[in-house]
Design a protein around this ligand. Structure first.
Ligand code: MN
Ligand code: MN
Ligand code: MN
Length: 276
């Protein structure tokens, strides 16, 4: 079993890299990629933990980059990054964008009666690169929203008072940066962007033309029908197939590490030539 998409406390996950390895072992995984949002800062910790635990599991360097495409934010995974230090420049730029957005969201939430939302979100996250889920948690804690969905519906989602778009890098830039770091670029969870089929095909075409390598055919809670559809696109656009749970923590994710569905046999796994 393999899981090429999960998050640690270095982004918005609930578990440390060490806890993820322990969970991966308990779930019988052979291979785990850590793909935190716009950061590689958990990777040294991941490998150190792997050594400490003498874990019999292949640990893969990954990242999940936020990318702007038209009015959408798309996630592109960088997998099997052999030289991930080379991503530092784009990561720094993304961080600046993210911090700037967090300040704006905080300001907008101030107008909704939530004081110092950025400070509170930062405290929850344990770092300053906070994302909307952290603000959602602040809203829940402050009793401004009943749950995460409510926080997005009432405040943080597109068109709401505290919605702030970010100037993310382009898909082409993400692919180039991932290749520069000697990794493989993969479109994450293609059905999570609310794109029409026409738009989804346009996105995949642009990604493929930019040299993109793969697509996440199996991600988290996809249904068998959805998996078949993306498998079809994977074959049609001659992409490699990836598979990951997008696990963020037991309280946040219904699918545990490595417990996503099987990759359809007609797809070529992105790990086909890795030593795992
Ligand atoms: Mn996340
Ligand atoms: Mn994502
Ligand atoms: Mn993710």
């Amino acid at each position: 079993m393999i899981d090429l998409h999960c998050h640690s406390t270095y982004s918005d996950g609930r578990h440390s890299p060490e806890e993820l390895i322990l969970k991966a072992q308990a779930n019988g995984l052979q291979c785990l990629a850590l793909t935190d949002h716009d950061t590689t800062s958990g990777l040294d910790d991941l490998h150190a933990a792997g050594k400490r635990l003498a874990a019999d599991i292949t640990l893969i360097n990954g990242i999940e980059l936020s990318v702007g495409w038209r009015t959408h934010v798309i996630h592109i995974l960088g997998l099997n990054l052999k030289n991930y230090q080379r991503l530092d420049a784009v990561i720094n730029q993304q961080n600046e964008n993210r911090i700037h957005r967090a300040e704006q969201i905080s300001h907008a939430l101030g107008a909704c009666g939530v004081e110092d939302a950025y400070d509170k979100a930062r405290e929850l996250a344990g770092h300053e690169r906070v994302g909307r889920p952290h603000f959602a948690q602040v809203l829940v804690n402050e009793k401004k929203a009943r749950d995460f969905q409510g926080a997005f519906r009432q405040y943080l989602g597109r068109g709401r008072q505290a919605y702030v778009p970010t100037a993310w890098m382009s898909a082409e830039e993400a692919v180039a940066a991932i290749h520069d770091a000697e990794g493989l670029a993969v479109i994450a969870h293609p059905l999570k962007y609310g794109l029409t089929r026409t738009k989804l095909h346009e996105l995949i075409r642009l990604f493929k033309d930019a040299g993109g390598d793969g697509i996440e055919v199996v991600s988290g809670e996809m249904t068998p029908v959805q998996i078949q559809e993306i498998a079809g696109l994977c074959l049609r656009f001659d992409l490699l197939a990836s598979s990951g749970s997008d696990f963020h923590g037991d309280a946040l994710s219904r699918i545990s590490l490595g417990r996503q569905a099987q990759l359809p046999v007609n797809c070529k796994p992105i790990w086909h030539d890795w030593t795992i």
